[in-house]
Write a protein that binds this ligand. Structure first.
Ligand code: GDP
Length: 341
C-alpha cells in the first residue's frame, strides 16, 4: 500500500476493472490501520453510488468436501458463459503468512488464470467480525468493478457460515455422502441457513451412494424447512472433479434467488441484511471500545475477582463496570468504526 492513497484515482481504476486497482482497494478495506478507515469509507461510498445486481453466493462444506474444486470448475463454466466471477473467502483462522487455507491461488489454479476471474484469499485475522467486515466490503469493490457473480467461500466450522449467509443471496452447501447418518458433520444451525445442498463427488463408484445420501438429506431437510419459511431446499448431486451436473446446481442457485426476489424481494432482503449488520457493528464496536481501555480492563479484572470471592454480586459488578464505561465514552473517538482512546 503506497503511503499516499489517492481515493478518486482508486475509484476510477476499480470502475474500469483494473486488477491492480481492485487489489489495492481491497487491501485498503482490509487494512486495520485506524488512519485507513476514513479512506476506505470514502472509497466505498463512491463505489456504491449505483446499486448492482450481482449474484452473491456463499459456499460452505467441511474441509475436503470439494469446495475449491467446485469453485474452480463452476467458476470456469460461468466465465465461459460470459460472466465475470469473483471469489472471496471468510476464514477467521487464516493468516496470510501461515498459508491461508481458503482462496489460495493454487487451489483454484485454472480459474485464477482467466481474465474474467478474480480470486482473493480470506483476509487474515482471528476475529470473525473483522474478517467478515473486510470480505463484505471487498464484495462491494468487486461488484463496482463489474463482477456479476460473487462467490464467498467459508469453512464448515464456527460461526463463519452465519456471517457469510448474512452477506449473500443464496447459501449453497456442499455435502459428502457418508453411510449412516447423513446429517452427521452438518451442524443444525447451518441447515437452517442453507438454501441449496449439493452432494459432491457423485462420480465413479460413489455415484449411487451420493444419490442415496441426497434422498436421505432431502427427507431430513423437510423437518428443518417446516420450521422455516416452508420452501423446499433442493438437494442435488454433482461431481466438481468430473464436472457433472454443475449446470443443475447453478440453476438451483438461480431459482432460489428468483424465489427470494418474488417473495421477500431482493432489495428488501439486502436491506434487512444491512440492518442486522448495523447491529453487529454496534455490538462489535462497543466490545472493542471496552477492551481498548486499559483502565476498563483493570477494573474488569478487579470486578471478576470480587465476584469470584463473593464480595459483590454479578449484577452489582456489571453496573459498576458500565458506569465506569459511561464516564469514558465522551473521550472515545467513534468516527472510524472502531474506538481509540
Ligand atoms: P475443500 O477442502 O472443500 O476445498 O476440498 P478440495 O476441493 O480441496 O477437495 C478435496 C479432495 O477431494 C481433493 O483431492 C479433490 O481432488 C477431491 N474432489 C473434489 N471434488 C471431487 C469430486 O467431485 N469427485 C471426486 N472423486 N473427488 C473430488
Amino acid at each position: 500500500m503506497p503511503r499516499k492513497i489517492d481515493v478518486p484515482a482508486l475509484v476510477e481504476g476499480v470502475r474500469e476493472g483494473r486488477r491492480a486497482a481492485i487489489a489495492q482497494a481491497i487491501t485498503l478495506v482490509e487494512s486495520r490501520l485506524p488512519a485507513h478507515r476514513p479512506l476506505a469509507r470514502q472509497l466505498l461510498t463512491e463505489l456504491t453510488r449505483e446499486p448492482t445486481s450481482a449474484v452473491r453466493v456463499g459456499i460452505s462444506g467441511v474441509p475436503g468436501a470439494g469446495k475449491s474444486t467446485f469453485i474452480n470448475s463452476m467458476g470456469q463454466r460461468l466465465v465461459e458463459q460470459g460472466h465475470k466471477v469473483a471469489v472471496l473467502a471468510v476464514d477467521p483462522s487464516s493468516t496470510r503468512t501461515g498459508g491461508s487455507v481458503l482462496g489460495d491461488r493454487t487451489r483454484m489454479g485454472e480459474l485464477t488464470q482467466l481474465e474474467n476471474a478474480f480470486v482473493r484469499p480470506s483476509p487474515s485475522g482471528n476475529h470473525l467480525g473483522g474478517v467478515a467486515r473486510a470480505t463484505r466490503e471487498a464484495m462491494l469493490v468487486v461488484e463496482a468493478a463489474g463482477y456479476d457473480v460473487i462467490i464467498v467461500e467459508t469453512v464448515g466450522v464456527g460461526q463463519s457460515e452465519v456471517a457469510v449467509a448474512g452477506m449473500v443471496d443464496t447459501f449453497l452447501m456442499l455435502a459428502l455422502s457418508r453411510s449412516g447418518d447423513q446429517l452427521q458433520g452438518i451442524k443444525r444451525g447451518i441447515l437452517e441457513i442453507t438454501d441449496v445442498i449439493a452432494v459432491n463427488k457423485a462420480d465413479g463408484d460413489n455415484a449411487g451412494e451420493a444419490r442415496v445420501a441426497a434422498r436421505e438429506l432431502s427427507i431430513a431437510m423437510k423437518l428443518v424447512t417446516q420450521q422455516n419459511d416452508g420452501r423446499r431446499v433442493p438437494v442435488l448431486t454433482c461431481s466438481a472433479l468430473q464436472r457433472i451436473s454443475l449446470d443443475e446446481v447453478w440453476q438451483a442457485v438461480i431459482e432460489h434467488r428468483e424465489w427470494l426476489d418474488e417473495t421477500v424481494g431482493l432489495a428488501h432482503h439486502r436491506a434487512q441484511q444491512q440492518v442486522v449488520w448495523m447491529h453487529s457493528q454496534i455490538e462489535a464496536t462497543l466490545l472493542d471500545s471496552m477492551r481498548s481501555s486499559q483502565q476498563l480492563r483493570d477494573l474488569r479484572d478487579r470486578l471478576e475477582e470480587d465476584v469470584r470471592e463473593g464480595r459483590t454480586s454479578a449484577l452489582e459488578a456489571s453496573g459498576d463496570f458500565l458506569r465506569e464505561f459511561a464516564t469514558q465514552v465522551p473521550q472515545m473517538d467513534w468516527a472510524q468504526g472502531r474506538t481509540v482512546l
